[in-house]
Design a protein around this ligand. Structure first.
Ligand code: 5AD
Ligand code: SF4
Length: 448
């Protein structure tokens, strides 16, 4: 019996890798003749692309799943499909705990979802969990025609004690460089101006490739920089233990590699870093920062920090605060440690009480925001190249875009999305810049 399922609704949680996978899921479903429904209630296929990085991510998703359960009860011919890291970490338990789920799949199995939906009937629940393939051959429904994510590797070989990702995304597999270059050439021909390379640990890219294809991350950057039409290259995330001078030099020497490095530090205490199994200490991290400052003086540096890792003392935490002061990060994502199932840190005995974690978090946020605001003042008075993304979120009469330093700018101007505008910066907060477009520059005049 053929099913009449023809519309889908997809909700995405988690990181850019998931956003990218979701673009592929959408592209694939459209290619199969499905249309996107505006609400879950109007969809024949209800999809979730999930995250499991912290408990809060799990909880948010479970709330949404409740609605899917109700909708499925109303119309049992609906399909409920759950993909991504949470699905992977739960594996077959998904079906035991949530019997209304029809399909579950892990990262790297998007094409399988298509195969299941193409079957004439879905008589049994389908689950598939091992990484199979990069989804690059699938069409992507990009959010913006001029920006694209490009996955360069899948999985992670690190053993960070807090992290669930090695379980959900498996061991590191690099995509062959020729495939990546070919994809980026296609994207450039299609009007893409800015690419963001994605990998759990981009700086170890290529180590698993066989000798005939072996390419370092810096060499990959150089090949992509040479592609006509690609004006901006970003990547996320490098690991402090693997970022080397050749990659930092690429920021100085390759015109399209942007002046921004997101370098997750996690803690400023060498003792905590050791227990986290990060394999670098505070001094080594600071060395890397010094190298960046020397080779790319204006580079923006952002980071991720975890507070309340098991065993973190007040003294350890103060080391984190002093590291923030010392590095002077342009921005930081800060997280309260959240024990994740089957990770080493989850069962460490000396868990930090919740109230202490909250209090440290507040102090850390106050400091990172203060430092970011101070750092951002260096842009005031400068004219920066901004890639226009659309109208400002707070004022539709203004425009919004991003600088090469990855700062969001709200500004008055006439440029269209996808264009580069020259914007004179008038003021700066910790997260955004404000200014106005220099229209003379658009006319090709400039200052004579
Ligand atoms: N608890 C809190 N934060 C975490 N992160 C990863 N795992 C955890 C966890 N169990 C943070 C790290 C990482 C970012 C993506 O999420 O800072 O860099
Ligand atoms: Fe991304 Fe990690 Fe969340 Fe998976 S668990 S979606 S890799 S942040």
């Amino acid at each position: 019996m053929a099913r009449a399922a023809r519309t889908f609704h997809l909700t995405t949680f988690g990181c850019q890798m998931n956003e990218h996978d979701s673009e592929r899921i959408k592209g694939m479903l459209r290619a199969l003749g499905y249309e996107e429904a505006p609400t879950r209630a109007e969809a024949d296929v209800i999809l979730f692309n999930t995250c499991s990085i912290r408990e809060s991510a799990d909880q948010r998703f479970i709330g949404h799943l409740g609605e899917a359960k109700r909708l499925k009860a109303e119309r049992p011919d609906r399909i409920v499909a759950v993909g991504g890291c949470w699905a992977q970490s739960m594996r077959e338990q998904v079906f035991e705990l949530f019997p209304f789920v029809d399909v579950a799949f892990g990262p790297g199995q998007i094409h399988k979802l298509g195969e299941v939906l193409l079957q004439d009937s879905l008589e049994a629940q389908a689950g598939f969990f091992e990484f199979e393939d990069f989804s690059a051959h699938l069409p992507a429904a990009r959010t913006r025609p001029f920006q694209a994510w490009v996955q360069i590797s899948q999985g992670c070989n690190c053993v960070c004690a807090y992290c669930i990702v090695p379980q959900t995304r498996g061991r590191e597999v690099s995509r062959p460089p020729d495939e990546i270059v070919a994809e980026v050439e296609r994207l450039a021909a299609d009007g893409v101006r800015e690419i963001t390379l994605l990998g759990q640990n981009v700086c170890s890219y290529g180590r698993d490739l066989d000798r005939s294809q072996r390419t370092t991350f810096a060499e990959l950057l150089a090949r992509l920089d040479a592609i006509e039409g690609i004006e901006r290259i970003r990547y996320t995330s490098p690991h402090p233990k693997d970022i080397r001078e050749d990659v930092v030099r690429a920021h100085a020497e390759l015109p399209s590699v942007c002046e921004h490095i997101h370098l997750p530090v996690q803690s400023g205490s060498s003792r905590v870093l050791k227990r986290m199994r990060r394999t670098y200490d505070r001094a080594r991290y600071l060395d890397r920062v010094a190298m960046i400052r020397e080779l790319v003086p204006d580079c923006a540096i952002t980071t991720d920090i975890i507070v309340g890792f098991p065993g973190e003392t007040e003294e350890d935490f103060e080391q984190t605060l002093s590291l923030v002061e010392e590095v002077r990060f342009d921005g930081a994502f800060t997280f309260i440690f959240s024990p994740r199932r089957d990770t080493e840190a989850a069962t460490m005995p000396d868990q930090v009480p919740h109230a202490v974690k909250r209090e440290r978090m507040q102090r850390l946020v106050d400091l990172t925001q203060k430092v970011a605001r101070e750092r951002a003042q260096r842009f005031v008075g400068r004219t920066l190249e901004v890639l226009v993304e659309g109208p400002s979120r707070t004022d539709p009469d203004r425009l919004r875009g991003r600088t090469r330093h990855n700062k969001t700018v709200n500004f008055d101007g006439i440029a269209s999305p996808g264009e580069f505008a020259q914007v004179r910066i008038g003021s700066a907060t910790s997260t955004t810049l404000a200014g106005e477009e220099v229209l003379l520059a658009r006319l090709g005049g400039g200052a004579h």
